[in-house]
Design a protein around this ligand. Structure first.
Ligand SMILES: [Zn+2]
Length: 302
């Protein structure tokens, strides 16, 4: 299996960098950093030790200043597994990210995804947590770290909004070129957050959680997919189909071109649970995703 090249830092505004990792598929996320004279604010780490060390090298290429603050946009391991490689940083996240991260633990080879060399990460949960919003400063540049107020991609999503540069680090509230994944969040919550919180910020430049840097047009694309999931789920529930059977007969149309199309199965599990109020079994949802994938582990190139 050919693994994509490691990430690359792009200066998207004065002193503001996106660390974009192609191809944005499973476990291949984006990070970013904001450079001040005496310290760096970093946004998210990577899934593996190797990828996180590339991120650290990209920071060191730009500045000799230490990473003083690390913000996790949510608890998922592709964004947080590398936290332990930031010994000088205060690790900041939403209050709910800490217990979720501890419950999930570090990623390992469990047969759901194809084999990955994760290196030797250490679980390093955030130790400065908040519920609504905080502001981190990079010199005089205001970086607003905001929880949108409800469950969307996860219970603990936060964005980093830099109004003076009109730059938004959206975390996994936005995927660009990859299939959004709502299994640990809410389909309806994601729609509400994109419509009522993220779009009104009016960001010109957006660093999505996965995929190339983009503008606000990607919000509409993700919203179209989320509404598609709800519509498909409503039909399937009316016909009494399981999420897996429903996914198998669903034509994804233009969304089939996005990476990790099998996420439709997990997303339908989430939509069913949301509409019926029944509890969701994540292990069963992942097993169904593997079944949808012909019984093979999901393609992971991290
Ligand atoms: Zn995520």
């Amino acid at each position: 299996m050919t693994r994509p090249p490691s990430g690359r830092a792009e200066e998207i505004a004065d002193g503001v960098y996106a660390f974009v990792q192609p191809d944005g598929s499973w476990m291949i996320n984006n990070s970013g950093f904001v450079v001040g004279r005496s310290g760096v604010l970093c946004i998210d780490t990577c899934a593996t030790e190797r990828r996180t060390r590339h991120l650290l090298a990209a920071v060191a290429d730009v500045t000799a200043a230490p990473v003083r603050t690390l913000v996790n946009t949510h608890h998922h391991p592709d964004h947080t597994a590398g936290n332990g490689f930031f010994p000088t940083a205060t690790i900041v996240a939403h209050e709910q990210a800490r217990p979720e991260m501890r419950a999930l633990g570090l990623p390992g080879n469990d047969g759901i995804w194809s084999e990955v060399d994760y290196g030797e990460p250490e679980l390093a949960p955030p130790f400065l947590t908040f519920t609504d919003r905080i502001t981190v400063w990079a010199d005089d540049l205001r970086c607003e770290v905001i929880h949108p107020g409800r469950t969307a991609h996860t219970t603990n999503d936060v964005v980093v909004w830099i109004p003076d540069r009109s730059v938004l680090f959206a975390g996994d509230l936005l995927f660009h070129g990859g299939t959004p994944f709502l299994l640990s969040g809410s389909v309806r919550g994601s729609i509400a957050v994109l419509e009522q919180f993220l779009a009104p910020l009016g960001a010109t430049t957006i660093v999505p959680g996965h995929g190339p840097v983009c503008g606000p047009e990607v919000v509409d694309e993700v919203l179209a997919y989320l509404r598609f999931v709800l519509a498909v789920a409503a039909e399937g529930r009316a016909e009494g189909l399981s999420p897996l059977d429903l996914a198998r007969r669903t034509d994804l149309g233009r969304f089939a071109a996005w990476t990790d199309a099998e996420r439709i199965v997990g997303n339908l599990h989430r939509a069913y649970a949301e509409e019926s109020g029944a509890p969701l079994d994540p292990a069963a949802a992942f097993a169904d995703m593997v079944a949808y994938n012909g019984g093979r582990p999901l393609r992971c190139l991290a």
